[in-house]
Design a protein around this ligand. Structure first.
Ligand SMILES: Nc1ncnc2c1ncn2[C@@H]1O[C@H](COP(=O)(O)OP(=O)(O)OP(=O)(O)O)[C@@H](O)[C@H]1O
Length: 583
């Protein structure tokens, strides 16, 4: 239960709905507990034929008044508990999402998206249930049980109550034990269902791969296995629920039998009246019901606190990268970059991804980075964005250690186009602007023109308002990359990093875009990571990385004059070009 302490402030802020809800619930229980007594009195009156007619009318009005009171009280307690729990759900989701966005990328390298989604849905729901149902059931149990017991003891018979309650503890135990097992099986049902839907989704998304590798039969088989596992998990759940339901039914029947035998005897002996007997038949439900409920309360809170613990673990995770206490108050970066003796490992037990890197890029100059796949090019870009922990005294921008530059300033001043472009399911305009501010369309169009995508956007029926993604147009790989470039350009950054982001366009288009950007980047610093010589040849300096180390550096001409990776790459690409022109 300690896990729930984090919700303290929420309860304080929402104390009034809870207080009103609790008062309504207590009053409702009192009213409900009185109904069977009333029915007992009516029965006795009718049986003895002693009740005057106006008394009967009085009872009728009492029942009607009670119904209205129940209606009002029920509304208030449900709004107080259930309604406020929905607020809690809303706030928890909002806070969890905000927290997930401040966590560092490395966190996501170690946590599966599916698990995080499950926390945002199932766990928050379990907490809401525990607060809404758990709290009300608990209160209901205490108040309804106590009031019913008092009325029974005072107006009917204590012994009858005790005898009728014999199956109660068994019911409680069964609910606790079965509840735990049901929860476990329900978890398996959810897992099996998630696995099955994942399989279906993957196949639909990857339909082209499935078809081109003629894997339909194999995939149907795999799906069938997942479908069967889902069926079996559900059957296990149905079996358990059936046994549980039947056991509860038997105990309830035993209680009825006891009440008939013992209560009937008391009526025959004239210890209690027939009206008392009728009333008791309802009270026994009100006494056993809360005991069963209590079993559920135990379960609901167990489940809720496990969920709360998982959510708390995420919420307590500190982002690996935050502004250090000694950040410098700087809003704009000009773009003088210096990297000295930089060695970087993603984890202690891994080989360094970058080794002893020394680079200087003066403001307005262009650095190009080439090298085999996996040599550390993207790592360099990641570190310049401070997405991972940068060793002290290794990267400086405008002479300031990157660790002392506010993250907001750093990232606002860098236009970064990653290798794997990501576009949201919204309009092209919104994707390029990517800001809550109202950006004028001319600015967006200017950026799109520089990125060489404007004409194609205008070719779509809805132009810049074209919706992307599942409900709209699917862009080609090259179109996506250019949209992402437009997004980076629109930021008007002083530093631009293009991480192999033109791989999906042909060499000619790439050259055209880089020519456009050249003008734009005149007084800005740029870093171009590419596999293509044509993209890097005009850079002020080109470095060649190999296994995290700089193995060559110089201008295009200088590198061509030396034997090594760069010259080999150049020759290979020349050859490809010649073959293409001959064709
Ligand atoms: N988050 C990570 N955790 C652990 N290792 C990583 C991580 N990201 C990259 N690496 C490793 O670091 C090395 C450099 O990777 P990086 O992505 O920088 O290469 P790259 O030169 O950009 O490759 P490519 O040209 O294929 O994009 C690789 O060995 C890679 O496996």
């Amino acid at each position: 239960m300690r896990e729930y302490l984090v919700l303290k402030n929420f309860f304080i802020r929402h104390k009034w709905p809870y207080i009103i809800g609790a008062i309504s619930l207590i009053m409702l229980d009192f009213v409900q507990a009185y109904i069977p007594r009333l029915m007992g009195n009516i029965t006795d009156g009718l049986k003895n034929r002693t009740m005057p007619y106006d008394q009967l009318i009085k009872y009728v009005f009492t029942v009607l008044a009670m119904a209205i009171i129940i209606f009002v009280l029920r509304y208030f307690w449900r709004m107080g508990f259930m309604g406020t729990a929905r607020w809690l759900e809303y706030e928890m989701r909002r806070d969890l999402f905000s927290h997930l966005l401040i966590l560092s990328p490395d966190y996501y390298n170690h946590h599966k998206t599916g698990d995080l989604m499950a926390h945002a849905t199932n766990d928050i729901q379990a907490v809401r249930m525990s607060i809404a149902r758990g709290m009300t059931n608990l209160m209901d149990t205490i108040v309804l049980f106590t009031t019913s017991l008092i009325i029974v003891v005072k107006t009917i018979n204590l012994k009858l109550a005790l005898v009728g309650l014999i199956p109660g503890p068994f019911m409680f135990i069964i609910v606790v034990i079965f509840g735990r097992k049901i929860r476990e099986r329900f978890r398996r049902v959810q897992e099996a269902f998630a696995n099955m839907t994942d399989k279906a989704e993957e196949n639909i998304m990857g339909i082209r791969v499935v078809k081109s590798y003629v894997q339909e039969k194999g995939e149907i088989k795999k799906f069938d296995k997942a479908n069967m596992q889902n069926f079996e998990a559900n059957m296990a759940m149905v079996r358990l629920s059936s046994i549980f339901g039947s056991s509860m039914q038997i105990l309830s029947a035993i209680s009825t039998v006891i009440v008939i035998i013992y209560g009937g005897t008391l009526v025959i002996n004239k210890t209690i009246t027939l009206g008392d007997f009728v009333a008791f038949n309802s009270y026994i439900g009100m006494l056993l019901g809360p005991l069963t409920s209590l079993g559920w309360v135990v379960n609901i809170f167990q489940r809720g606190s496990a969920s709360m613990k998982r959510i708390n673990t995420i919420m307590r995770t500190k982002p690996e990268i935050v502004d250090s206490p000694d950040v410098v108050d700087v809003k704009e970066l000009k773009g003088d970059i210096k990297i000295q003796n930089l060695t970087f490992k993603y984890a202690e037990d891994l080989e360094p991804a970058l080794k002893d890197i020394n680079i200087e890029i003066k403001m307005g100059k262009t650095l190009a980075v080439v090298g085999r796949t996996g040599c550390g090019k993207s790592t360099l870009a990641n570190l310049l964005l401070h997405l991972y922990k940068v060793p002290e005294g290794t990267i400086f921008i405008d002479g300031i250690d990157i660790n002392k530059i506010p993250l907001k300033t750093l990232r606002e001043n860098i236009g970064y186009v990653p290798q794997d472009t990501f576009l949201f399911s919204s309009t092209i305009k919104e994707n390029i602007a990517f800001s809550p501010d109202d950006i004028p369309l001319e600015k967006i169009q200017y950026a799109a023109k520089l990125a060489g995508i404007h004409d194609e956007i205008m070719g779509f029926k809805d132009g810049y308002d074209t919706v992307l993604g599942e409900r709209g147009v699917t862009l080609s790989g090259g179109q996506k990359q250019r949209t992402a470039i437009a997004r980076a350009v629109l930021k008007n950054p002083n530093i631009l990093i293009l991480d192999d982001c033109l791989s999906a366009v042909d060499a000619q288009t790439e050259e055209q875009i880089l020519r456009n950007l050249k003008e734009f980047m005149k007084n800005r610093t740029s870093i171009i990571i590419s596999h293509r010589i044509s993209a890097v040849k005009d850079a002020d300096e080109i470095i060649v990385l190999d296994e995290g180390k700089i193995v060559q550096r110089g201008t295009h001409e200088e590198l061509l004059a030396t034997e090594g990776f760069y010259k080999e790459l150049y020759k290979m690409q020349q050859l490809e070009e010649n073959i293409n022109t001959e064709e």
